[in-house]
Write a protein that binds this ligand. Structure first.
Ligand SMILES: NC(=O)c1ccc[n+]([C@@H]2O[C@H](COP(=O)([O-])OP(=O)(O)OC[C@H]3O[C@@H](n4cnc5c(N)ncnc54)[C@H](OP(=O)(O)O)[C@@H]3O)[C@@H](O)[C@H]2O)c1
Length: 228
């Protein structure tokens, strides 16, 4: 049984990654600041829900300690909640255990990392830094696979927010693009992109996966076709 930590699991992509991992008989420790009814509804012996902010070192430590105390190992950390500085903190806490399991760190990145989207300076920069962190870790930690993966434009609360309040600060044509993707039914379903992260988390590391370490990939790219 594989053991993963998923950050930002109360809704959206993180909730679906958690659902997919549990459906594959994996154990999961989740972190989110609130606990939604959907997440609570997944409750099982294989799920530990930790309520708190990943920015709080004690919360990240509790997640790592819970995985080790209950399951004796940690195979994967999926950094989905999306803010940079706490990302580094939980990665550091988890690394000794990921070295032992020859595990993985999967970062939920974004096209914004390379897209330099207008009005999203801090978001663009934090996702670009996330990609660099994945690359750096791959160089430093040869026994741990580190990947930054963009999930596509996904039908979650984040897109709802963009449609609702994006008009006030985004260029009109950019806002319209997101509104149209939604109205034309072209947003990626959270469960489709989540499956890729979950399948990567439960897969053992083979040579192909090892060779991808450090890269910025797209959930629907050729490199990840075996995990969709
Ligand atoms: N949706 C898209 O189109 C899209 C596109 C590209 C990249 N992404 C990336 O995908 C990831 C997930 O996004 P989403 O669309 O699923 O967004 P979402 O529906 O807004 O979910 C974000 C999740 O992160 C949690 N979270 C946020 N800050 C946290 C913190 N400091 N500590 C613990 N949990 C925290 C939230 O729960 P609480 O509020 O309960 O803490 C929630 O569960 C993000 O990294 C985002 O940048 C999304």
């Amino acid at each position: 049984m594989s053991v993963s930590i998923v950050t930002g699991a109360s809704r959206g992509i993180g909730l679906e990654i958690t659902r997919s991992l549990l459906a594959n008989n994996s154990a999961v420790v989740t972190i989110s600041r609130s606990v939604s009814d959907e997440l609570r509804g997944l409750q099982s012996l294989q799920l530990d829900i930790i309520q708190g902010d990943v920015a709080d070192r004690d919360i990240s430590k509790l997640a790592v300690d819970t995985a080790i105390a209950k399951h004796g190992k940690l195979d994967c950390v999926i950094l989905n909640h999306g803010i940079l500085s706490p990302v580094g903190r939980i990665a550091d806490l988890a690394l000794p255990h990921l070295r032992d399991s020859r595990g993985k760190i999967l970062m939920v990145s974004s096209g914004a990392a390379t897209g330099a989207y207008a009005a999203w300076g801090a978001y663009n920069a934090s996702k670009a830094a996330m990609n660099t962190l994945a690359k750096t870790l791959a160089g430093e930690e040869k026994g741990v696979v580190s990947l930054a993966i963009r999930p596509g434009v996904v039908d979650t609360g984040m897109q709802e927010d963009i449609r609702r309040v994006g008009k006030t600060h985004m260029p009109p044509e950019m806002h319209s693009k997101f509104v149209e993707l939604h109205s034309q039914g072209k947003l990626v379903k959270p469960q489709d992109t989540a499956r890729v992260y979950a399948n990567l988390a439960i897969s053992s590391v083979n040579e192909n996966l090892s060779n991808l370490s450090g890269q910025f990939l797209s959930w629907d790219g050729e490199e990840l076709k075996d995990y969709r």
